[in-house]
Design a protein around this ligand. Sequence first.
Ligand SMILES: [Zn+2]
Length: 128
Amino acid sequence: MGYVLDDVPRDPFADDPEDPAAALGAPEDAEPLTPDERNEAITDLSDVEVFRALLEPQGVLGLVLDCPECQEAHYFDWELLRSNLRQMIDDGRPQVHEPAYQPNPTDYVSWEYARGYVDGVIDAEENH
Ligand SMILES: [Zn+2]
């Protein structure tokens, strides 16, 4: 493997703690997450896992979320939600703006609906 790397010109920022290459792969204008935003993403990820566990068997493919960037509703399937949040948590960068392509809106529910559904299931179990 070493011979491949030998062909790469030496990184001029190799000894620079502010190496711009460290940000490679992230959107260039994206601000790093604040600790609060990161904590929120961790909470969201555990919510998404619960939503998926209860709603996927009902035929729900994912969530529809209002996009703060373009003020439109976007459809995210479970796997995309999960990988977006994981990436936010692991990289400390905002999620990729990459909603599902040509979704069927009836296959998706809002975050509020999912939340209410989960709360209803939990209530029903506690009052059983
Ligand atoms: Zn958008």
